[in-house]
Design a protein around this ligand. Structure first.
Ligand code: GLC
Length: 426
C-alpha cells in the first residue's frame, strides 16, 4: 500500500508537470461543436477533460443546428484562410467538399487506433489517400413510437409506411376526439435543408427507388418508385403531420414528440437520451424500431449520417489540435457520449459494451440498421454533393407543400442534376 508521503509526492509531481506544460507551451485552440440536444454540453465536458490532462486551453464554438447553414459558415471561414477554428466537426457528407482544407490525420492518430473504427467510415473520410477526419459518431434514421398509445389501441409498430399512415391517422383521430387536440400522427424533418434530403432519401430508397445518383454516377432519381414514395409523403402533410412540419428540423420534431404530442417521429438516435430524461413527458413510453419499408416489396432504409473531427490546415497548432481530436474520438470518450447522449459510437466493440447497451438498448437490436445505413451520394458527386442535395431537397419540398407533382418535380430535378454533373461525369 502506498503511504501518504508517496501519494503526496506523486500529486506534487503531477501538479508540477501540468504547470510546466502550461508555463512552457500551453496553447489556446478552438473547436466547433454541434448543438443538437445535449451535443454542446457533451463536447464541452470532453474538451474540459482533455484540457485538464494537457494544460491547453480550448474555446468551444457552437454552430447553427442546420447542417446546411453550418457548411456555409465553415466554407466562409475556411475560404478566408482564417485560423479562428482549429478543429471542425464535419458531416459524413462533407469530406469530398472540404478535403483540401484539412490536414492528414493519419500520422497523428496512428494505424492501430484508426483500425478500431468502422472501416467504411474511415474509407469515407479518406480522400485521395489522406485521412481528412476522424470518425466521432455515426448516425442513422430511426422510428420512434409511443409504446403506451400503440398498446392502448392494440397496434404494432408499423412495418411499412402505408401501415404507419393508417395507424397514425387512427390514433391521432381517437386521441383528438378524447380531448388531446394537439396530437399529431407523425413528425419528421420537412424543412428544405440537409435533414429533408435524409428523410426523403429514406422514403425513396425504402420503395426501391434508389439513392438519387447511383454509385456509378448515373442519375436515377426520376423513376416511378421514387414518385410513389413522394406521393405518399406529400399526403401526410395536413393529414397525419401538421402543416408546420414543412419547417421542422430535428429539434422541432423532437419538441413535439417529447412533449407528448405525436404518435411517431423520425429522428436520429440522439433524441433517445432526451426522450428518456427525467423532465421528458414521454419517459419510459417510447420504443425505437427500424424505419418502415415502402410496401411489402420494399426495404428498411435508414439514411447514414454522422460527424467527424478534422483539423484545419490554417491552424497555428495542428499537432495539439490533432491530439484533441484523438482524445475525443477515443473509445473511452465515445463510450461516455453513447451512455450520456445516445451518440452512436464509430467503434464496433462499443456495441457489445454492457453499459452502452443498458443506456441505449436499440444500439443492440438495431445494429444492422447502423451498419447497413444508406449513404447519400456524396462519394460519387464529390465537391458537387451540396448542389445535388440542395436541388433534391428543394424539389422534394415543392412536392410536400403541394406546389409540384412528384413526377414532374423529379423530371425537372433529373434535368438539373444532369447539368450539375456535366452529363454524368462528376
Ligand atoms: C444529422 C446527421 C447528419 C445529417 C444531418 C441532417 O446530424 O448526423 O449526417 O446531415 O442530421 O440534418
Amino acid at each position: 500500500m502506498p503511504n501518504i508521503l508517496t501519494l503526496l509526492r506523486a500529486t506534487a509531481l503531477a501538479a508540477l508537470a501540468a504547470a510546466s506544460i502550461q508555463g512552457a507551451q500551453a496553447a489556446s485552440i478552438s473547436i466547433s461543436c454541434g448543438a443538437l440536444g445535449r451535443e454542446l454540453e457533451l463536447c464541452r465536458e470532453g474538451v474540459a477533460a482533455w484540457s485538464a490532462k494537457t494544460g491547453h486551453e480550448v474555446r468551444v464554438v457552437s454552430t447553427p443546428h442546420s447542417a446546411t447553414e453550418r457548411l456555409a459558415l465553415y466554407q466562409q471561414i475556411l475560404a478566408a484562410g482564417s485560423s479562428d477554428i482549429d478543429v471542425f466537426q464535419i458531416d459524413v457528407v462533407w469530406p469530398g467538399i472540404l478535403a483540401s482544407q484539412f490536414i492528414d490525420l493519419a500520422p497523428h492518430v496512428g494505424q492501430d487506433e484508426v483500425a478500431k473504427h468502422f472501416p467504411a467510415i474511415v474509407e469515407n473520410n479518406t480522400v485521395g489517400g489522406k485521412l481528412v477526419a476522424m470518425p466521432w459518431f455515426t448516425d442513422a434514421g430511426v422510428l420512434y413510437y409511443r409504446r403506451d398509445l400503440l398498446e392502448k389501441y392494440g397496434k404494432q409498430p408499423p412495418a411499412t409506411w402505408q401501415a404507419l399512415t393508417e395507424t397514425a391517422r387512427e390514433i391521432q383521430r381517437a386521441e383528438r376526439a378524447a380531448g388531446n387536440e394537439r396530437m399529431q400522427g407523425f413528425v419528421f424533418q420537412g424543412r428544405a435543408y440537409e435533414g429533408l434530403t435524409c428523410n426523403a432519401l429514406e422514403w425513396i430508397a425504402s420503395f426501391g427507388g434508389g439513392t438519387i445518383v447511383g454509385d456509378d454516377g448515373k442519375i436515377t432519381v426520376d423513376n416511378p418508385r421514387a414518385a410513389e414514395a413522394l406521393k405518399l409523403a406529400a399526403s401526410w402533410v395536413g393529414d397525419i403531420a401538421p402543416q408546420g412540419v414543412l419547417n421542422y428540423d430535428e429539434e422541432e420534431s423532437r419538441g413535439v414528440f417529447q412533449s407528448g404530442n405525436a404518435v411517431f417521429m423520425r429522428n436520429w438516435p440522439y433524441a433517445w437520451a432526451l426522450a428518456q430524461a427525467p423532465d421528458s413527458a414521454v419517459k419510459d413510453k417510447v420504443g425505437v424500431v427500424a424505419l418502415p419499408r415502402g410496401g411489402e416489396g420494399g426495404r428498411h432504409a435508414a439514411a447514414l449520417g454522422g460527424w467527424q473531427l478534422a483539423v484545419s490546415k490554417h491552424s497555428a497548432h495542428p499537432e495539439i489540435a490533432a491530439d484533441l481530436v484523438r482524445f475525443l474520438a477515443s473509445e473511452a470518450e465515445q463510450k461516455r457520449r453513447a451512455i450520456e447522449g445516445a451518440y452512436n459510437p464509430t467503434i464496433p466493440a462499443l456495441y457489445k459494451d454492457e453499459a452502452v447497451l443498458a443506456a441505449v438498448p436499440f444500439f443492440g437490436s438495431l445494429y444492422e440498421t447502423f451498419t447497413h445505413a444508406v449513404a447519400r451520394p456524396s462519394r460519387v458527386t464529390g465537391d458537387r454533393y451540396n448542389r445535388v442535395s440542395a436541388d433534391f431537397h428543394t424539389a422534394v419540398h415543392q412536392v410536400l407543400s403541394g406546389r409540384a407533382e412528384p413526377r414532374s418535380a423529379l423530371q425537372g430535378l433529373e434535368r438539373r442534376l444532369s447539368r450539375v454533373s456535366r452529363g454524368g461525369r462528376w
